[in-house]
Design a protein around this ligand. Structure first.
Ligand SMILES: Cc1ncc(COP(=O)(O)O)c(C=O)c1O
Length: 429
């Protein structure tokens, strides 16, 4: 009998009621589809009672580990007084004030429910502030699943065309063809191309949006000077620079990638790690850019925005993070990356572990660096799938796309356990 028998039965049953058996397309990529019963710290238990050491952190949010008592207790206590007022409450002001203290670009903020929503709001606000239509974005960056965001997030090269001037490629059936009409696509990490494109078209561009570390593909760091150059070019052309910090926020540093690299965007979006699994996101920006939202000329709304549960969760999470020794997460993640490199070398495998302690990527490639989306395609996807599956069989849960997330709850013993499993997989051939 398969060790995933019960999950397989539940998945079979789910097909009859849940479209595709899942609630998010991204989850359909994980094979086999698992059903979970509980999660604490770095461990999850599935429907077959298998226990996993988790390096997915549920696509990143669980930076304090699963079920942290401090967050759950605070949420529990806050929600007993009321859950949603359709109006304001004091905790949301305090959360906004925390963002102002911590995040360099956060002169004013608005809260919403997901990263996709925050990106949508950022783009709308940037267009309102500049009166310009175009958004410049980069191949392979993921900014959520909304129509104008899901463009060239993972394009086929046949559709995308030449590297220097890629065509916008839509990511889903049902998107209007016009979804890409106002989107300019470039490869990331190429200052010269950004400079020449903005010289030609800068006056049409409302916003340049990027993940400041390209976490969604191969965890690519910015080339030295790239973020600074993008900052200067946006200032020169009167363009709103948006950092999508849905992954990097509160993970790379308490102050996000903008704090880590010392480059302040005009606007930034946050989600995931800000509330340890509770569905809340934030749009933060310079006062002048947030003004059209503040004076209600730009519509940003939402029934559930700033509800008590998620606001409390963000508070409790961020107050834990304010006391976190981030360096300890970096040390553990780097030990894991180094260990994987050494074990792969011993097994005669070419792998590239790149990124940062709190989030990194393992690629099966001959390359010694990946600097943009097209490089990232040179990853042996089949070998990666086999590795992720073999690790799962050994109780290590990884993301199918090769991204590893570390949490504040991981320990040295967890790292040893993961490395022992990888050694076992690779020594088995
Ligand atoms: C960088 C980035 N932006 C936006 C999003 C969309 O966030 P959500 O899934 O909360 O809508 C994601 C989700 O993974 C992301 O990684």
């Amino acid at each position: 009998m398969s060790r995933y028998q019960r999950s397989a039965e539940l998945f079979e049953r789910a097909q009859a009621s849940l479209a595709g058996g899942v609630s998010s397309n991204v989850r359909a990529l994980a094979q086999p589809p698992l059903y979970f019963r509980s999660a604490t710290g770095t461990r999850l238990v599935d429907a077959d009672e298998n226990i996993y050491l988790d390096f997915t952190l549920s696509q990143g949010p669980m930076f304090l580990g699963h079920s942290p008592a401090s967050v759950l207790d605070f949420v529990n206590q806050a929600m007993r007084a009321g859950q949603l007022y359709g109006a304001q409450h004091e905790l949301e002001i305090e959360l906004a004030e925390r963002f102002q203290r911590i995040v360099p670009c956060a002169e004013l903020v608005r809260f919403c429910n997901s990263g996709s929503e925050a990106v949508h709001a950022a783009i709308r606000a940037a267009r309102a502030a500049t009166g310009r239509p175009k958004v410049l974005r980069f191949e392979g960056h993921y900014h959520g699943w909304y129509d104008e965001a899901l463009v060239s997030a993972a394009p086929s090269l046949e559709q995308a065309g030449p590297r220097e001037a890629p065509s916008p490629v839509l990511g889903s059936d049902g998107q209007l063809g016009s979804s890409g009409a106002n989107i300019i696509i470039l490869p990331w990490n190429d200052v010269d191309l950004l400079r020449t494109t903005l010289r030609r078209r800068g006056s049409e561009v409302a916003a340049v949006i990027m993940e400041p570390v390209m976490c969604n593909n191969a965890c690519i760091p910015p080339q030295p000077g790239y973020l600074e150059a993008a900052r200067d070019l946006c200032t020169e052309h009167g363009i709103v620079l948006i950092f999508d910090e849905v992954i990097t926020g509160f993970r790379l540093d308490l102050a996000g990638a903008q704090g880590f690299f010392g480059v302040t965007p005009d606007m930034a979006t946050f989600g995931k790690a800000m509330a340890n699994g509770f569905p809340v996101a934030c749009l933060a920006g310079k006062r002048t850019l947030m003004e059209p939202i503040a004076n209600l000329q730009v519509n940003h709304s939402g029934t559930y925005n700033s509800n008590v549960m998620v606001t409390a969760a963000a508070h409790a999470t961020i107050s834990e993070l304010e006391n976190l020794d981030y360096q300890s997460v970096y040390r553990l993640g780097e030990a894991l990356m180094n260990g994987l490199r050494e074990l792969a070398a011993k097994a005669g495998l070419s792998v590239l572990a790149q990124g940062f302690g709190p989030v990194f990527h393992l690629a099966f490639t001959e390359r010694d660096s990946i600097v943009d989306y097209r490089d990232s395609l040179e990853n042996d996807a089949q070998r990666n799938r086999e590795f992720v599956g073999a690790m799962l069989d050994r109780g290590i849960r990884l993301l199918s796309r090769g991204l590893w997330y570390l949490s504040a709850a991981h320990t040295e013993a967890d790292i040893r356990r993961a490395l022992a499993a990888a050694e076992d997989v690779w020594s088995a051939g």
